[in-house]
Design a binder for this molecule. Structure first.
Ligand SMILES: *Cc1c(COP(=O)(O)O)cnc(C)c1O
Length: 485
């Protein structure tokens, strides 16, 4: 069968939409040659879409975006296919035009990072090769790479071991679930596990308790923004049964870091297991100047990392690190078709117990390429630039009479609000900026330390390492203009 030309095959006749020549595969020796023209079309559509959007988010709100997408993607299953280039142009183009693009410095609502080009390129290889991480015979090389990345990153968290290891997850949510699951299994002879966490903990901690059939967590108030060691000490004294304390290194709302050394002391005094959710803050470990803010992290029994935040990876790129790989044994599982004991005895790695998922993408490919490409220094620079941009934004807010600032940023989150505004007005300003396509900011409730009143704030989560001072000035100008309306 002849191969199709590398150019646009146009709209094929209905009878010609089947067959190997018109449905080329991504793998093998021919795959790359087949992919190249399709990638040209994808890249063109990404550029055209971004230009058409012309800002951080499409103007017009849900209705305008919905209309464009329906035009681009319907009928979803035409009787005769429209062909790969036309489909890519229409769908990818509309997706890019309708995207909230974190590569735009004015898109700063969430822990939603602009992925690095190198990581995105590496992710293409993961798609083309499509290893599945549930058995060695689907992922011979990828399983080695996963082992290197898991142990390598776990060693960053636990340099003293004894045998650092990590599970690869879809993000902080799954990492927190696994941390709770491991704690539940380790405690199962002593009764139902009781989680104790701060009100500043990520919502996935409470959901994990619900999912895993555990009692509702004891949630300690955090009016100061962080978990109080004295409060935790009291709770660990009062609450009965096997306990898991959960602290946060980089809260989702404010980026604050719980006092880890003191919390670890409290947990040690009560012989209580400690999980630290460092989904946001963990990459500070790469920076010599910032790593000190994570002192005490290595005293946790498990740590959540999320490299699709301050790690600039395409989603997903989560990890759950433990100091000793034996803590992961509780996830062990056998299925004869995936990890039969005789294969394991013959020296084939048993991967099934590395996740509660079965078919699983090799998300470590992009991570390994990024770590090698940038090195510790390159990553540290990105983390430091991002945190410095947040400090700069806080300076601008502090100096601006039209705004009130929350605290100085710990990581890269800056909370501010129009001076004297009501919560309703803050909410409306955020929606207006979004609908007009001018800026994407988040929102968070936090106590104003000046008057002790909990308020709604605008939240700028700076995650773009290329943000310049002029972008931050433009952001404040846009918000000021909108707030004055
Ligand atoms: C983002 C976040 C999570 C959840 O991570 P996902 O990758 O969205 O699942 C958990 N904890 C904290 C502190 C986070 O900021």
């Amino acid at each position: 069968m002849p191969l199709p030309p590398d150019g646009d095959p146009g709209t094929p006749a209905p009878h010609a939409t089947r067959g190997p020549a018109l449905t080329p595969l991504a793998g093998g020796t021919e795959g790359p040659r087949q992919l190249r023209p399709l990638l040209d079309t994808v890249l063109e559509a990404l550029a055209t879409g971004a230009t058409a959007r012309g800002g951080p988010i499409p103007a017009g709100g849900p209705e305008a975006v919905g209309h464009r997408l329906r035009v681009a993607a319907e009928p979803l299953i035409p009787e005769a296919g429209i062909g790969p280039h036309a489909a890519l142009r229409a769908v990818v183009g509309a997706l890019a035009e309708g995207a909230a693009d974190p590569a735009d410095p004015l898109c700063a609502a969430h822990l939603h990072c602009p992925p690095l080009a190198v990581a995105t390129a590496a992710d293409l290889a993961a798609s083309a090769l499509n290893p599945s991480m549930d058995s060695w015979d689907q992922a011979p090389a990828a399983s080695v790479l996963e082992d290197l990345v898991s142990r390598g990153l776990a060693t960053e968290v636990y340099p003293e071991g004894p045998a650092p290891d990590a599970l690869v997850t879809t993000g902080g949510t799954e990492s927190n679930q696994l941390a709770v699951l491991i704690a539940r299994e380790l405690a199962k002879d002593r009764g139902p596990l009781q989680i104790v966490c701060g009100a500043n903990a990520h919502h996935s901690v409470r959901r994990a308790a619900w999912l895993l059939g555990l009692p509702e967590p004891v949630v300690l108030p955090t009016p100061a923004g962080v978990l109080s060691p004295a409060g935790l000490d009291q709770a660990l004294t009062d609450v009965r049964g096997p306990l898991l304390a959960v602290a946060t290194a980089g809260t989702t709302d404010t980026g604050e870091i719980d006092p880890l050394p003191q919390l670890a002391d409290v947990c040690a005094a009560h012989a209580t297991r400690l999980h630290v959710d460092a989904a946001y803050g963990a990459p500070l470990l790469f920076s010599r100047t910032l790593a000190g803010r994570l002192d005490g992290l290595s005293r946790a029994d498990s740590v959540t990392l999320d490299l699709h935040k301050l790690g600039w990876q395409p989603v997903p790129a989560g990890l759950l690190a433990v100091p000793d790989t034996t803590a992961l044994e509780t996830l062990g599982h056998r299925e004869d078709y995936l990890n039969p004991p005789d294969d394991t005895e013959a020296g084939f790695p048993d991967l099934l117990g590395r996740s509660i998922r079965t078919t699983r993408r090799p998300d470590v490919v992009k991570v390994a390429v990024t770590l090698r490409a940038l090195g510790r220094t390159g990553l540290a620079e990105l983390v430091e630039h991002t945190c410095a941009a947040a400090q700069r934004l806080a300076d601008l807010v502090d100096a601006h009479p039209a705004f009130d600032a929350y605290e100085r940023p710990t990581l890269s989150t800056v909370l501010f609000r129009p001076a004297g505004a009501t919560d309703e007005h803050v909410g409306a300003v955020r929606r207006a900026l979004m609908t007009e396509g001018r800026a994407v900011l988040g929102r968070a409730r936090a106590t104003d330390h000046r008057d002790g009143i909990e308020k709604l704030w605008l939240k700028a989560t700076v995650l773009n390492p290329h943000t310049r001072p002029a972008d931050l000035e433009a952001l404040l100008e846009i918000v000021e203009g909108s707030a004055a309306k």
